[in-house]
Design a binder for this molecule. Structure first.
Ligand code: SAH
Length: 196
């Protein structure tokens, strides 16, 4: 498949912040994703009280949904506006603190302690800061990463996973010559080579 037109495309941090400022966030959905509901059992695999990671989390409602089931959620998002909207739209009290090991980063944590959202670039994270995870919900994340950064993203995600962790990935399938993305088209073959 020819993804030539998207390969070179770069969406900057400033462009993402601007999308949030302008309310240009068609990717945000108010309902829990039907594929998460459908594959919840695969994610949990009989386990409870998991640590679940949300890369490029936006203000995804699934964070609250899984936290309410007793899991503990860590997300990362460059837009502070998105993070603050998440807490205010769910009426969740939170506190805000700097992250000593990442310059400029802040961590927003629900007062109840089970939701921690890092406001920084995902590439600033490592397992020494956020630990490792039993599960990953990747929707609007791999497909939002700039195509040139996919390998780096995948290696980082693998480094954040515990041995028996499950990774749910949602991608989109369309003709990449007809839309510039994001979301970008990530062919199945590329997912195979990124994650093995
Ligand atoms: N997963 C969310 C949001 C998808 S849109 C959902 O399902 O609704 C992609 C999000 O990634 C945007 O909110 C954007 O601000 C954020 N983002 C883009 N690049 C990022 C990066 N390098 N690190 C962290 N967040 C990033």
């Amino acid at each position: 498949s020819d993804i030539g037109s998207q390969k070179e495309r770069v969406v900057t941090k400033e462009e993402w912040l601007q999308k949030w400022e302008m309310g240009n966030i068609g990717f945000h959905k108010e309902q829990v994703h039907p594929l998460l509901q459908k594959y919840l059992d695969v994610l949990l695999n009989g386990r409870s009280g998991l640590r679940i990671f949300f890369p490029l989390c936006g203000k995804a409602v699934e964070i609250k949904w899984l936290a309410d089931m007793g899991h503990s959620i860590v997300g990362v998002e460059v837009s502070e506006q998105a993070v603050k909207e998440f807490f205010s739209e769910h009426s969740l009290p939170y506190c805000e603190e700097p992250v000593p090991e990442i310059s400029g980063a802040k961590m927003f944590q629900s007062t109840s302690g089970n939701i921690s959202l890092y406001c920084c670039s995902i590439y600033d994270l490592s397992s020494s800061t956020v630990g490792k995870f039993d599960g990953v919900w990747d929707r609007g994340a791999l497909v939002a990463v700039n195509p040139c950064d996919r390998q780096r993203y995948a290696s980082l995600m693998i480094s954040l996973m515990e041995k028996n962790s499950s990774y749910l990935l949602v991608t989109v399938s369309y003709d990449p010559n007809k839309h510039k993305g994001p979301p970008f088209y990530v062919p199945e073959s590329e997912i195979q080579s990124l994650f093995g």
